[in-house]
Write a protein that binds this ligand. Structure first.
Ligand code: T5A
Ligand code: NA
Length: 210
């Protein structure tokens, strides 16, 4: 028996940051936290490597295939578009989605290669807008020290420096910037507070936006 009214929807919460900033660790901690409170919640990530488009992206990231910068940009975007309607269905049914990377990654990583900002943003128009973006802020040098990069395409210090600069101009009112160099548990606590507040606002009828 649910005490929620039929209008209440789930929250779209996105984690962003450089490679190794701790997104995956914090996403799964948030999942456990919200589940523990009895919320309906799922963990998603982009790229979603399970689809056909996702497999092309995965092959590119692991240097098994080469693609033109524009082409890979549009594939990352297509990978979000192919999940859009399911995302909307879940949110409207009351499920909160914790999403590890989203459109901001798409724009930051491609504009770091030199593609124009406006061109990069265009294919993202019409995707669902996050209710909350948690940006895990870390210096590229510090991120590189964490267990070493694994050899995927973008895991290079020089490139990550450019990505960090591109992220800086993307933030909007939905962003909360969190210092990602604190101990894991401290970050976890801060994220819990921010996410709970957001989940409550969505339950109370905050509209879902494009
Ligand atoms: N990309 C993605 C695009 O170019 N366009 C797009 O549209 C999208 C969606 C995908 C790549 O594709 C690019 C961005 C990426 O380069 P991915 O599979 O998402 O790559 O990989 P990453 O997000 O880079 O995943 P990582 O595993 O590298 O980083 P995370 O998830 O940020 O970090 P996490 O949690 O795995 O932690 C990394 C290490 O740090 C430790 C962890 O234990 C782990 O060893 N750690 C901490 N250590 C100390 N203090 C803390 N607070 C710590 N938190 C975690
Ligand atoms: Na990575």
């Amino acid at each position: 028996v649910s005490g929620c009214n039929s209008e209440s929807r789930g929250a779209l919460v996105v984690l962003e940051g450089l490679d190794r900033s701790g997104k995956t660790s914090q996403s799964s901690r948030l999942l456990t936290y919200l589940e523990g409170l009895g919320h309906s919640v799922e963990l998603w990530r982009f790229p979603d490597r399970s689809t056909n488009v996702g497999q092309m992206i995965s092959s590119y990231l692991s240097n098994k295939s080469q693609l033109d910068d524009h082409t890979i940009h549009l594939l990352f975007s297509a990978n979000r578009w192919e999940k859009r309607s399911l995302m909307e269905t879940k949110l409207k049914a009351g499920t909160t989605l914790i999403v590890d990377r989203y459109s901001y990654s798409g724009v930051a990583f491609s504009s770091a290669k030199g593609l124009g900002d406006e061109w990069c943003k265009a294919p993202e128009i019409g995707l669902l807008a996050p209710d909350l973006v948690l940006y895990l802020d870390i210096q590229p040098e510090k991120a590189a020290e964490r267990g070493g990069y694994g050899g995927e395409k973008y895991e290079q210090l020089e490139f990550q420096r450019k990505v960090a600069q591109c992220y800086q101009v993307l933030h909007d009112a939905s962003w909360k910037i969190v210092d990602a160099c604190q101990p894991i548990e401290d970050i976890e606590k801060q994220l819990q507070e921010l996410v709970l507040e957001c989940v409550m606002a969505c339950q109370k009828g905050k509209p879902l936006a494009n």
